[in-house]
Design a protein around this ligand. Structure first.
Ligand code: SF4
Length: 342
């Protein structure tokens, strides 16, 4: 029986070392493979010119370097680019490239669809299909890095489709590969969660020290229960207690994302409540006026309301930014990923 060829990207470091050893090759070949795949972006074993023709032929009989395919690429006038990426089983995900000053951030997905069902999020309405494997998470970065060369990604955010902490093991493995293999500093990686409390507590023990962002969006349990069902399992008190316990390096803070929804969470009282909730946590707040779009039950507050909300936070001593939603024209903004493809 002929053994099935192995996708080298799908192997963990240990599995790769076993594979190399079982193939009768010295262990340092595993390191070379990692270097060529993750730093030199080799797409096929034939690209690894450091290996002799004979070695490449031998390896090609047993293995291959898999990848995801770019199904569609759309650019917005503000420079945002959205990539629809095809997976091996016919499913697809999206990644969004966000240039801003000298930063080039890639927003990546962790699941196909999402089970969290946040009321303001069009991605959530797609439902949940499956978790991404670690290599599919990392492949989004490899694929986009390759096509933007010689430019380099400066930041990675887990804010695309899916709830990263609901796919904990694969996301943690992906984080190790991104930091150790691709040499992207954990300081430049942000993981955003809707608030799966036990996994927030576990993350610092298992993963490299990446930044944490909480998709908060409400300052009372009543409002949060209504727009984010996860809050019924892990209410604000438990969520913020977990944030207080999250270890932060010097001068680092937790980011709280707050999508402003007209008449739902955008009052002065909401801002005051938010202020008192976050007072004891080193935090910064990103206020994101909703992207009103077809299919959403919520509306964007007017600019005056947004500014007033921010002012309350600033006066109370919180760092608070108003984030322009980028890529709105191509449905690449928060909560809109894949919505246009349905
Ligand atoms: S906001 Fe995030 S966690 Fe909530 S449904 Fe959308 S993708 Fe899922």
């Amino acid at each position: 029986m002929v053994a099935e060829k192995r996708n080298l990207k799908a192997l963990s470091q240990k599995e790769l070392e076993f594979f190399i050893r079982d193939s009768g090759l010295p262990l340092y070949r595993a390191k070379q493979l990692i270097h060529w795949i993750y730093e030199k972006h080799a797409q096929s074993i034939q690209d690894i010119t450091e290996f002799s023709i004979k070695l490449r032929a031998k390896l090609s009989e047993m293995a291959y370097i898999g990848g995801i395919t770019i199904v569609n690429r759309q650019a917005s006038e503000d420079g945002t680019e959205k990539f629809l990426l095809g997976l091996h089983d016919g499913e697809s995900i999206e990644s969004v490239l966000l240039p801003e000053g000298n930063r080039l951030t890639l927003c990546i997905s962790s699941q196909v669809g999402c089970a969290m069902n946040c009321g303001f999020c069009l991605t959530g309405t797609l439902g949940f299909k499956r978790n991404l494997e670690a290599h599919e998470i990392v492949d989004q970065i490899l694929t986009v890095s390759r096509i933007i060369e010689p430019a380099k990604l400066t930041n990675i955010v887990f804010m695309g489709m899916g709830e990263p902490l609901a796919n904990f093991d694969e996301v943690v493995e992906a984080l190790w590969r991104i930091t150790a293999y691709m040499k992207i500093s954990p300081k430049r990686i942000t993981l955003s969660t809707a608030g799966i409390v036990p996994k927030i507590l576990e993350l610092p023990h298992k993963a490299p020290p990446v930044n944490l962002a909480i998709s908060l969006n409400a300052a009372t349990d009543a409002v949060r229960d209504a727009i984010m069902p996860i809050n019924k399992t892990y209410p604000l008190r438990a969520l913020l207690a977990a944030c207080r316990r999250f270890p932060l390096k010097h001068r680092r803070r937790i980011t709280f994302e707050y999508v402003l929804l007209q008449g739902v969470n955008d009052s002065i009282e909401d801002a005051q409540r938010l202020l008192s909730l976050l007072r004891t946590i080193p935090s910064k707040v990103n206020l994101i006026p909703l992207n009103s779009c077809e299919g959403s039950a919520f509306r964007r507050p007017d600019d005056e309301t947004v500014l007033r909300f921010q002012e309350v936070l600033l006066k109370g001593g919180l760092t608070a930014f108003i984030r322009k939603s980028k890529g709105q024209a191509i449905l690449a903004a928060c909560g809109q990923l894949k919505a246009g493809y349905r």
